[in-house]
Ligand binder design. Structure first.
Ligand code: AQP
Length: 342
């Protein structure tokens, strides 16, 4: 009985996650994020956001951005996110995100943000030329999560530091104002198979912004393009080993085995055993077949959805309304706590 009760409590926990509409959604986004988001719908109340305010921290062409927001929403739905069961919306349509982020800019300390490695990576050598928005990206991310008092945030390893900052902001807010208002977020960092690397360079992650289209499998690629990209993927001359250890210094080989294991839902070790001693020509043929089988329904659904922008706009508008309804009382209470209203 107690167990049933705690399961029910868990089912009401809130999940928040999002992706930036900065280009073509790819296999890395799918295996590292969307597929897990879809699976989490069975156990949690889920809020999935197209984080367009995060996207504009680097310049986005307005026309392209409009298309990318719709395409991102289409990718979420095609990957299994049910816009009725979950809330799907774009961040800019819920102004409370930006407002809470401002309040958090006044809570977070400069020293905390100075330590954020993603800013250093993304700003590169010319950090004086980076936007202020890119610098305070993590406080907007904290607002995204805490605006809904979400406690589960499935993200990649690269976002771990930002989640820790979210915890620090929640804690400082609670301490400063003597309240127990914001929850302390549980990081749900996805480990095995969570990081899909570029098909051209096994040490770089598969990314929307990579100039080479051969570095990634887009969720819009047809069977021919998928097979060609896998055939051209960089590998080495050795066959697949029978153990994982032997893949340690073979990043490209490890990446392809990782993709196979994630798509087949099999442990990496099992994939090594199954293909042990086989060359990459044979392995790539099997991987192509599997990738096409798993991705074809997603590609077909993406293309159907992309042909119906009015439907996507309707989903995003309905999602924004639901998100606004959840956010409004929380932001109102924040205003009261910090003395902006009585
Ligand atoms: N290669 C990847 N492997 C596994 N997971 C990935 N994610 C992104 N790339 C990979 C996960 O997808 C979610 C949404 O990511 P995002 O678009 O908000 O941010 P990103 O990590 O910056 O993605 P990109 O493709 O690299 O975009 P650009 O090139 O614009 O920076 C996140 O959960 C992320 O972990």
């Amino acid at each position: 009985m107690a167990n049933d009760q705690s399961k029910k409590m868990k089912a009401r926990e809130r999940v928040f996650s999002g992706a930036q509409p900065t280009g073509n959604m790819h296999l890395g986004n799918y295996l590292g994020a969307f597929r897990n988001w879809a699976r989490m719908q069975a156990d949690y109340d889920c809020i999935y956001c197209v984080v367009d305010l995060h996207a504009i921290t680097t310049f986005q062409d307005p026309e392209t951005l409009r298309d990318n927001v719709r395409d991102a929403a289409a990718a979420y739905i095609a990957s299994g996110i049910d816009p009725e069961a979950s809330i799907l919306f774009s961040q800019s349509q819920v102004p409370a995100h930006a407002e809470l982020a401002w309040i958090f800019n006044c809570v977070a300390r400069l020293g905390w943000l100075n330590r954020m490695t993603q800013f250093k990576d993304k700003a590169g050598k010319h950090k004086e030329r980076a936007s202020v928005g890119l610098y305070i990206y993590p406080t907007l991310m904290a607002a995204d999560i805490l605006l809904y008092k979400a406690t589960r945030v499935p993200v990649g390893q690269d976002q771990k530091q930002h989640l820790e900052l979210t915890r620090d902001i929640a804690q400082k807010f609670n301490n400063d104002f003597g309240v127990d208002f914001f929850p302390i977020v549980e990081p749900a960092i996805l480990e095995e198979g969570a990081r899909i690397m570029s098909l051209r360079d096994g040490r770089q992650k598969m990314s929307k912004s990579d100039p080479s289209d051969y570095s990634r499998i887009n969720l819009t690629d047809d069977a021919g393009a998928i097979a060609k990209k896998i055939r051209k993927a960089r590998t080495d001359a050795d066959p697949i080993p029978d153990n994982l250890e032997a893949l340690k210094d073979r990043p490209e080989a490890l990446n392809l085995v990782t993709i196979y294991s994630a798509l087949a839902d099999l442990p990496l070790k099992r994939v090594c055993q199954e293909f042990s001693g086989k060359g990459f020509a044979e392995f790539k043929a099997a991987l192509s077949e599997l990738a096409v089988e798993k991705l074809a329904p997603i590609t077909a659904e993406m293309s159907r959805l992309k042909g119906d922008p009015a439907y996507i706009d309707g989903i995003l508008a309905a999602g924004a309304e639901r998100a606004n309804d959840l956010a409004a009382p929380i932001l109102k209470e924040v205003h009261r706590i910090i003395g902006l209203t009585s």
